[in-house]
Design a protein around this ligand. Structure first.
Ligand SMILES: Cc1cc2nc3c(=O)[nH]c(=O)nc-3n(C[C@H](O)[C@H](O)[C@H](O)COP(=O)(O)OP(=O)(O)OC[C@H]3O[C@@H](n4cnc5c(N)ncnc54)[C@H](O)[C@@H]3O)c2cc1C
Length: 445
């Protein structure tokens, strides 16, 4: 058939997860086609030009030595960049007050809201976060609310407030009553041990690097929206059956391995009940959302890395990050954490609150803005891991219950959070496919 394309592996979704599966699978010698419904690949990792500025899809920091960083290094994708500008960082309070953020020695000395006893308790709390976890403790944390974990770490109100602020920064979710403590521990420890980096050229550098390696190894990217699946029947078949993806234009893609690297909702719709466990997970998944304002600004004076303490606010100038702003200008990412969908304590969309917080954190900034983009409800994470559903261990396995159908993304498998989960699940899928399935690699679920 002219409109039927036979290959080894079809990947639905050309975000980081899909591109990582495809690159690793192509490197292992398989024929791969990635179907991406948008005109450009990259999903939430893409960077878009606005005038002479380049905006990531909201603020994006790469966790150093995490699963994504390691996978990119292995794939020979450049990841150079600059650290967040924490020197001189500021704390914003709900009453409009701005003080120092005690995240380094100078900040501790200058912060009027943070005393010497607080600093001593903070040091011991951070030491305890960095301690390696025993397996029983890790398992306990997956069913403990992050709020209870914070209570164990700190008794002094300023220390608890600072830890909650850093936790919000590292998880994008303010919902510490619901969030499982394993995520809290994982993300805070990762930030403390190796830190994070803003990537030169924005995260598009990562997307372009992966795409270049994929095409170099013969993998293909097709602009196509997966519309329906025809799943092969494995009964009585010695090898795994063929599966077929039909795109919105009626083109067909035939493969023994099919990877759904899209949201759990899209995966469940495409599978149409063939994996009841996934359908149940998709129905209860609560995305974590953020209102983002990306700004192109003249000059750099007065721009400080700022976190809200009792207000869920973030602002970061992309200082020393190459290729995202013209000379003499700065790209700034700001945002209001809206928490897990439906749990936001804010009335409305957070628009007015975010604008007021930007004005309080950086007075006079508005007059210097030359580019502005608003993402009213950016989905930072597809499914908040909650203590009541077993935390990271409660996420779906990367092998579906249908042989030869796999999942990859920020909502899959027991390893990592945010893009690190997308990368870890992608590599698990690639190694499962390399082992030729046969029931597949089973991520814990
Ligand atoms: C504001 C914001 C801030 C973030 N900050 C960080 C951070 O600091 N650090 C970090 O590690 N992570 C961060 N993230 C998360 C990170 O961007 C994601 O975890 C990662 O990009 C997810 O990749 P993915 O491939 O799993 O999903 P996506 O990027 O969502 O890719 C899925 C792709 O599937 C495509 N698709 C969907 N349906 C179909 C279909 N039917 N047919 C074909 N294609 C389809 C979509 O178009 C999309 O391209 C942030 C995200 C946001 C929004």
């Amino acid at each position: 058939m002219a409109d039927e394309h036979e290959t080894d592996v079809v990947v639905v979704g050309g975000g980081l997860a899909g591109l990582l599966v495809a690159e690793a699978t192509a490197r292992a010698g398989r024929r791969v086609v990635v179907l991406e419904r948008s005109h450009a690949p990259g999903g939430r990792a893409r960077t878009q030009p606005r005038g002479q500025h380049a905006f990531n899809f909201g603020p994006h920091a790469l966790y150093l030595e995490g699963p994504l960083h390691r996978a990119l290094r292995h794939a020979r994708v450049p990841t150079e960049g600059a650290p967040p500008p924490l020197r001189g960082a500021a704390a914003l309070f709900a009453d409009g007050r701005v003080d120092a953020l005690p995240v380094h020695f100078g900040g501790v000395l200058r912060a009027a809201w943070f005393g010497a006893r607080d600093a001593a308790e903070l040091v011991s709390a951070l030491r305890s976060v960095q301690r390696r976890l025993t397996a029983p403790r890790a398992s306990q944390l997956s069913t403990l609310p992050a709020a209870a974990w914070l209570d164990d770490l700190a008794t002094r109100a300023p220390v608890r407030a600072l830890l909650a602020t850093l936790l919000r920064l590292a998880t994008y979710g303010g919902d510490v009553q619901q969030l499982s403590a394993d995520v809290a521990q994982l993300q805070l420890a990762a930030s403390l041990r190796h830190g994070v980096r803003y990537v030169h050229g924005g995260w598009q550098t990562l997307v372009d690097g992966l795409l270049a390696q994929l095409t170099r190894r013969g993998g293909q990217l097709a602009h196509a929206r997966a519309h329906a699946l025809e799943l092969g029947d494995s009964a009585g078949v010695a090898r795994r059956p063929w599966h077929r993806v039909i795109d919105a234009e009626g083109r067909r893609y035939l493969a023994r391995d099919l990877v759904l690297a899209c949201s759990p909702g899209v995966a469940a719709t495409l599978l149409a009940g063939a994996d009841p466990g996934l359908a149940a997970f998709a129905a209860r998944a609560r995305p974590v959302v953020m209102r983002c304002v990306d700004l192109g600004v003249r000059g750099s004076e007065g721009l400080r890395f700022t976190l809200g303490v009792d207000v869920p606010f973030y602002l970061s100038p992309q200082r020393d990050v190459q290729g995202v702003a013209p000379d003499g200008h700065t790209t700034v990412h700001a945002g209001y954490y809206l928490g897990a969908d439906g749990s936001s304590p804010l009335p409305g969309s957070g628009g007015e609150q975010l604008d007021a917080a930007i004005a309080a954190a950086s007075p006079g900034l508005e007059e210097r803005v030359v580019e502005r983009r608003v993402l009213p409800r950016a989905v930072v994470h597809n499914a908040l891991p909650t203590w009541s559903t077993g935390g990271l261990r409660g996420r779906p396995a990367c092998a579906s219950s249908v042989p030869g159908v796999w999942f990859a993304g920020d909502w899959v498998g027991p390893t990592g959070y945010l893009a690190d989960a997308a990368a870890a699940s992608a590599l698990d899928v690639a190694s499962g496919i390399a082992r030729d399935g046969e029931g597949g690699l089973r991520c814990a679920s």
